[in-house]
Write a protein that binds this ligand. Structure first.
Ligand SMILES: C=C(O[C@H]1C=CC=C(C(=O)O)[C@@H]1O)C(=O)O
Length: 316
């Protein structure tokens, strides 16, 4: 069974798609490293049934609190030694509960109307669900929109944003605007912000970025250049990716990858954050955070705990 339940940001309703009969629009679900990717043609359906055939088991190395704090300490040391801008570290966490995916999906749609909430099941990727606050790229006619989203505080503690988060987020804005400005067929790149944006029980710094596109523009090629942005990898990108690959003690798989749909002249792509993989007897949640030379390892652990609350609040 291949099925997609999706609610786009700003919508309180959702749609269900299946790829049984081929057709309507294209859906892509891509892993962080881009090595695993499914591209499907999908059609809308009224059938909300959900079979548990794609809820396979898998062994995960789940880092403990102590191990994660150590990993962040090593990351800070590496950043200082090599004078890097930022590296995004992340971790998985198991939550032992048998869930009903469609029920949880509906609760997420209700709880997070500004997020892109999805549930996707496929024999090769398994079953994933999330409520992401981050648009990778959206296109309506000839208007292109994206965002630079980084830096985190708990909701209600907006006044705690410091230079550390501002730098962390600025790196993302600069990276995205630079790519857009040098992309064929993209014009009039404008960045507005940062503002403080709510995402469940946390807040982020967010800059809205907009541009217009012309004939020679190629959406797929731009997505491949943008992903992974420094919001999920780091800066410089090559050094950050090398460090992640060598030091994170687990495989991100589809966490911090991207997914999206293309329909005629419109497209909506999102970064797969605040997500989890669903298994028969449990779920595995994922969260990370941008580490800079000024990061406090204990606070970085807390940040991932807070981000995971987005899903845990609905699961409990
Ligand atoms: C990597 C994640 O968040 C990114 C998006 C917003 C804020 C982030 C941060 O403050 O580090 C991250 O860049 C995640 O949620 O797992």
């Amino acid at each position: 069974m291949q099925k997609l339940f999706i609610s786009l940001p700003g919508n309180s309703d959702y749609k269900v798609y299946t790829s049984d009969s081929g057709g309507g629009f294209a859906f892509r679900f891509s892993s962080f490293e881009g090595h695993e990717e499914v591209n499907l043609k999908m059609n809308q359906t009224n059938d909300e049934s959900f079979l548990s055939e794609n809820l396979g088991g898998q062994h995960f190395n789940i880092p403990t609190h102590e191990e994660y704090v150590k990993l962040v300490e090593n990351t800070v040391a590496h950043i200082r030694k090599n004078d890097l801008g930022k590296i995004v570290m992340s971790r998985p966490q198991r939550f032992d509960k048998i869930i009903e995916p469609v029920l949880v999906f509906k609760k997420l749609v209700e709880a997070y109307p500004t997020a892109c909430v999805y549930l996707f099941t496929h024999p090769e990727v398994g079953t994933w669900m999330g409520a992401t606050p981050e648009t990778l790229l959206s296109k309506k006619g000839d208007v292109l929109k994206t965002m630079s989203l980084a830096g985190t505080q708990k909701k209600g503690e907006e006044d705690k944003f410091t230079g550390k988060e501002k730098i962390e987020q600025e790196l993302v804005t600069d990276y995205i605007t630079e790519i857009l400005n040098s992309e064929k067929g993209v014009e009039g790149v404008k960045a507005e912000g940062p503002i403080i944006a709510e995402a469940g029980n946390v807040v982020h710094l967010k800059t809205a970025i907009e541009a217009t596109v012309q004939g020679s523009f190629n959406l797929s090629s731009l997505i491949k250049k943008l992903h992974p942005t420094p919001a999920v990898a780091g800066f410089p990108k090559k050094e950050a990716l090398e460090f992640i690959k060598k030091n994170e003690p687990y495989k991100r798989s589809f966490y911090a990858g991207y997914f999206g749909l293309n329909q005629r002249t419109d497209a909506h792509y999102f970064v797969n954050l605040r997500c989890m993989q669903v298994f028969h007897d449990s779920v595995v949640l994922y969260a990370g955070g941008g580490i800079t030379r000024d990061s406090n390892p204990e606070a970085e652990w807390e940040e991932t705990e807070n981000k995971m609350q987005t899903l845990l609040q609905v699961l409990k």
